[in-house]
Design a protein around this ligand. Structure first.
Ligand SMILES: NC(=O)C1=CN([C@@H]2O[C@H](COP(=O)(O)OP(=O)(O)OC[C@H]3O[C@@H](n4cnc5c(N)ncnc54)[C@H](O)[C@@H]3O)[C@@H](O)[C@H]2O)C=CC1
Ligand SMILES: O=c1[nH]c(=O)c2[nH+]cn([C@@H]3O[C@H](COP(=O)(O)O)[C@@H](O)[C@H]3O)c2[nH]1
Ligand SMILES: [K+]
Length: 501
């Protein structure tokens, strides 16, 4: 006989937090949103800790390179979408990693024999105004000079003028030796009032630059997620089919963490994929798995070696999996059950496997609810799709500024081919929709506002860290009528407020 669970599964919107005692230490300025991204042993530190509990969904309309850089700059991590060829995905990861804060490999290089026209063309291509002039015109050649916009006047000079005639030559440049620390480099930049500092190896070959504006950027973005080489941390989605080809390319490109992207992860395919990766890389490549919606699914993936487990089937804003396939579970109930299993697994084994709540976050306070229910971080699609940095175009539809947002299970996303491997295109059915979301401006100000709300609520609950919130939170189910009571009611609103969405 089938198993029945007769209690209905609930969603975030059916819960509220009951405030707990807050002492005077409980102020937003004291709240830390740091949270583990990957598993760790009791007493040890996770290999990657997020500075804010938010990652972006593995989706074409969300996690491109621009969003990945901006989210990392603000404390979270993006998972570059896997619904593209392994080569394209690896190239995207590589471009994110090339934008490291601090020491930057020079991406604009010419030789002394190039011309002003070459400088202008290169500037148009890279958008960067500092060009390294090396003996062989490559980023690793011997530095002979620099051309910046101060070295030429387009209106007064012939475009065929050779670089060697107008560059600032090496002997007039302030340079530093390889091995210098970032803070020493920044001191030199400040003391000499320069915009860029070339860093050279002993033999005069160029290692890279330190730019003044990157220093400023770090001051403005104290939550930056950086690796040991000061490059932005970035994740990448993979699947359980072409991993032998895709994973090595992503690892070579510098991906810091991977995630098997699937609507349903309680499967041997995922175990085989996890095993292959952990054997090949000796456990050094971190990979999350999912999605699951119950205890059994979590324990299966945790034992199979998942570095984190993602929870959620059918709750996403563009999801129609519950309608098309009849699988899924209310997100809150699924999350609560999985987090309980995670805590038991930790007690038994001493291994803490972070849980990610994926999909269905509508209001900012749903993030706080997810954390209180035990999630270590949340994955968001719709939320990030609304920002300037998402990969899609801004459009005006019916007088509203919108951005496009489509599901990975929609035909639009599947076009790149992965679903046709078994030749069953005819039988394919859509599991996601193509839609618009209201445009909401830059990521930074939205994320800062969201985090301010999370911190304020945590203070109401008497918690200044996420683990403390998970321990102390008191949650109550609410009735349908009390949800009405919780909104503005029985007044005539002067304007419609959609600010949270
Ligand atoms: N979270 C959610 O509720 C949902 C998410 N999605 C998203 O849509 C995208 C596609 O998801 P899925 O269709 O679940 O992708 P998938 O690749 O996991 O699964 C597609 C089909 O391939 C099978 N399969 C997987 N590995 C295989 C292998 N090595 N050999 C043979 N068959 C194999 C699976 O069992 C499944 O039937 C993902 O981005 C996912 O996140 C789609 C629907 C719901
Ligand atoms: O049923 C589905 N059909 C789809 O086409 C689809 N695409 C993405 N996803 C999942 O939705 C999550 C994002 O959800 P939100 O927009 O609510 O943040 C994502 O992180 C995914 O888990 C899909 N689910
Ligand atoms: K299954």
């Amino acid at each position: 006989m089938a198993t029945y669970i007769n209690e209905p599964a609930h969603t975030f919107n059916e819960y509220l937090l009951i405030p707990g005692y807050s002492d005077t230490n409980c102020i937003p300025a004291n709240v830390s949103l740091k949270t583990p991204l990957v598993k760790f042993k009791k007493g040890e530190k996770p290999a990657i800790t997020l500075n804010i509990p938010m990652v972006s969904a593995i989706m074409q309309a969300v996690s491109g390179e621009r969003l990945a850089v901006e989210l990392a700059r603000n404390g979270g991590v993006s998972f570059i979408y896997g619904s593209q060829t392994p080569e394209e995905e690896a190239a995207m990861v590589a471009r994110v990693k090339a934008q490291k804060a601090g020491f930057v490999p020079s991406d604009s290089n010419l030789s002394p024999e190039n011309t002003l026209a070459d400088v202008l063309a290169l500037k148009a291509k890279t958008g960067h105004s500092t060009v390294a002039i090396t003996d062989d015109g490559t980023s690793g050649g011997k530095l002979v000079g620099i051309v910046s916009s101060r070295d030429y006047r387009v209106s007064r000079m012939d475009k065929s003028e050779k670089v060697k005639n107008f560059m600032t030559p090496l002997e007039k440049l302030i340079t530093a030796k390889y091995g210098i620390t970032l803070s020493e480099a920044n001191d030199i930049i400040w003391d000499n009032k320069i915009n860029s500092l070339p860093v050279l190896f002993e033999d005069g070959k160029l290692y890279g630059f330190v730019f003044r504006k990157d220093y400023d950027s770090h001051q403005e973005n104290p939550n930056e997620m950086l690796d040991a080489q000061k490059r932005f941390i970035v994740g990448a989605g993979i699947n359980s089919r072409d991993y032998e080809e895709r994973v090595p390319k992503l690892v070579d490109a510098g991906a810091d963490v991977l995630c098997i992207d699937s609507s349903e992860g309680f499967s041997e395919w995922q175990k085989i994929t996890l095993n292959w990766i952990h054997e090949k890389y000796n456990g050094k490549v971190r990979v999350g798995a999912g999605n699951v919606v119950d205890r059994d699914g979590f324990l299966f993936l945790a034992k199979a070696g998942a570095d984190f487990v993602k929870v959620g089937i059918g709750g996403g804003s563009i999801c129609i999996t519950r309608e098309t396939k009849g699988i899924g579970r209310g997100q809150a109930t699924a999350l609560i059950e999985v987090c309980q299993a995670r805590d038991e697994y930790y007690k038994e084994t001493g291994i803490y496997v972070p849980v990610c709540s994926d999909g269905g976050i509508v209001y900012d306070h749903h993030i706080t609810l997810a954390l209180a229910m035990g999630a270590d971080f949340v994955m968001l699609g719709r939320y990030f799709a609304r920002f300037d940095e998402s990969p899609t175009q801004k459009r005006t539809v019916g007088g509203t500024v919108v951005k496009e947002y489509w599901g990975e299970g929609s035909n639009r996303a599947r076009n790149w081919g992965r679903y046709d491997l078994d030749g069953s295109k005819k039988l394919a059915f859509e599991e996601g929709v193509d839609s618009y979301v209201p445009y909401a401006g830059p990521l930074k100000e939205n994320v800062e506002k969201t985090c301010a709300k999370i911190k304020a609520t945590m203070c109401n609950c008497g918690a200044i860290t996420i683990p403390e919130l998970q321990k102390k939170a008191k949650l109550t189910l609410v009735s349908a009528t009390s949800i009405v009571e919780g909104g503005a009611h029985d007044v005539i609103r002067k304007e419609k407020d959609g600010s949270d969405r």
